[in-house]
Design a protein around this ligand. Sequence first.
Ligand SMILES: Nc1ncnc2c1ncn2[C@@H]1O[C@H](COP(=O)(O)OP(=O)(O)OP(=O)(O)O)[C@@H](O)[C@H]1O
Ligand SMILES: [Mg+2]
Length: 773
Amino acid sequence: MEKYINELNEAQKAPVLHKDGPLMVIAGAGSGKTRVLTYRIAYLMSLGVDSFNILALTFTNKAAREMKKRIADIVGTSEAKNLWMGTFHSVFAKLLRFDGDKLGYPANFTIYDTQDSQRLISAIIKEMGLDKDIYKYKQVQNRISSYKNSLITVKAYYNNSDLVEADAMAKRPRMGEIYQNYVDRCFKAGAMDFDDLLLRTNELLTRFPEVLAKYQDRFRYILVDEYQDTNHSQYLIVKALSDRFQNICVVGDDAQSIYSFRGANISNILNFQKDYDNVGMYRLEQNYRSTRNIVNAANSIIAKNTNQLEKVVWTSNDEGPLIKVHRSPTDAEEGRFVSGTIFEEKMQNQMPNGNFAVLYRTNSQSRAIEDALRKRDIPYRIYGGLSFYQRKEIKDVLSYLRLVINPKDEEALKRIINFPARGIGQSTMDKLTVAANHYNRSIFEVMDNLDRIDLKINSGTKRKLGDFVAMIKSFQIMNESADAFTLAEHVAKKSGVLLEFKKDGTPEGIGKMENIEELLNGIKDFVEGQKELADAKGDIGEFLEDVALATDLDKDTGDDDRVALMTIHLAKGLEFPYVFIVGMEEDLFPSAMSMNTRSELEEERRLFYVALTRAEKQAYLTYTQNRYRWGKLVDAEPSRFIEEIDEKYVENLTPVVRSRYTPLIDVDIFGDVDKSKLRQNKPTHGTPPSGIKPNENQLRKLRKLKPELSTPVGNTNSVDPNLTEGSLVNHTRFGRGQVIKIEGVGNDKKAEIKFDKGDIKKLLLRFAKLEVL
Ligand SMILES: Nc1ncnc2c1ncn2[C@@H]1O[C@H](COP(=O)(O)OP(=O)(O)OP(=O)(O)O)[C@@H](O)[C@H]1O
Ligand SMILES: [Mg+2]
């Protein structure tokens, strides 16, 4: 162990060697907080602390796995496997499997993902006969989620007149009823949503002192990474569990708090010293990750925030190259700059793809980058967006499996009761739902007791329902002895799902079939991995839990070499030698939705700080002058954050355009092209997790689906180069007009034209079909 302790600097050693009692490490990015947490666990184990007595909470399950590996390297035993380590959600899901029965949940409860929750909420809104334009299911789901994260139960909601009034003001007086119905339906289905995993844990620990005592005794040492982004519910769990032994170690950086929109509460860090006695406070100042230019640039940014703890970050690393800023005319060209730069760096320095990351503010920005990377045959992986497990065909198979584990799972049942079609229609389902609500039973139980209740269902349909129940029961019997792979393969075949797509015969159907095959391969890998673990069986229940709780990063096993594309939020805690931060534009980053208050703007700035500090060697900031947003090309203006970096650390690759306020003008680039066609070319986001990759065929299909938007859609050659202000022109769709103004050069040249019909339009000349008269 001593050898390993020497891999730490003096400031890092202190918290690692800290004796019992609470401690907090507050330090800037890249200063070794995560390393300290990892080494402290190893150190505790080397002192003889039983690995069963340690609980570590991380931002992703992948981070937990990596930490375990590192700890096993250091302490040299397989004991690391026994550590309880993972995200809040996965750790407490496990706890609820053991003790959730006290709250009335079965040990095999289903975890509803966001899509399941939203489908259920929409069904409830419909059943209650409410206007779906006022009660928007996504908004309703958001509200319910935020109540749960603040531990506001239905009863507490009704007792809180502020909340009730706020919903009434928002023309949603029946929010409370929806909330109540939603909670009841989840409970009846034996299901918990993501927020329940924390809410129910809190409930369990408060209502059952003996359960609390058991886990307090078990988790004698609790460690939390990224503490700045814990929400109220998480805070209370940690507080309760650590109350007896007070061996709580939290590490974090208030400057990297970026999840307040999801209820993360920075005061958890600020109040830590008040919450515990004799807190050991530690600060780390030396950054080991990044060049001096990057560290200094990041410092100059975050200094602009008024609301923060004082911190010093310095590095003894090389100065490194300056931060490069690049402007492109459009997002397609921005993509080309990124792919071209990666290509050159790879060529010149023989670098793997995994050394590069492209970070953006919103998922939709990935499309242009993907197109450009594909053109250069650079492999990449997108994290976030629509995940593999959300695809219809995958969810269909998973729904059968969910039903095997928990036949009460209503969302799973509704998905597949008539897929593949077996003649069970909506009216039958409505009758079953009414009966289920009436008898307070699940739909499956009603189906299983049809001979005992008269639902006016004809004998043919009854037989079909009976066959379905028998099929699920046969899968259940098989599940008693089979591993996840064997069962899943059997279910995919016997349910008829595979055959359905095979019969379909279209390229889409075949693609779906291939995806299911890849799912099965993924399950096989999973089973093999699980069997190596101390307490795992590799059954389907374990697999479903893994799928439900995997964060997007967790699907990366790092076994193939790809450029990483992800949102900045997801990049927290990670590092890459080369980082591109794209879309550095006002209204995009900072986001248009986050500029109303100083605190929102400061959160955007912290987000930029997180982005920049992911880079080890080189950071690129790119922005465009025109961006295709919401189906329109809009003028863009460089982000204020670019100007906020001390200019000593920045090199402009393109001539500087000073930021100025320009109102957004819609530029109609497409002239007479049918826009509805263009809109169909939306990218399908999300590449599948590793082991589940699109094959060449599918990739070819994808490529065909995505036209290069920067290639002219109209006829570029029809514009007379002598077009000047005052020229009379004819446009195939808008008719005759006169040029009032010309601006921009080259590819960017635009003309403002007053058409005889009265409209004034700005057209990008390389796209517009204009004839000079
Ligand atoms: N004493 C050290 N000697 C050498 N390398 C170190 C040392 N401490 C940390 N590092 C390396 O520096 C990098 C950053 O460390 P780490 O990820 O632990 O920082 P962090 O404070 O958790 O960053 P973030 O705030 O981004 O989460 C890692 O690659 C880590 O291995
Ligand atoms: Mg970290």
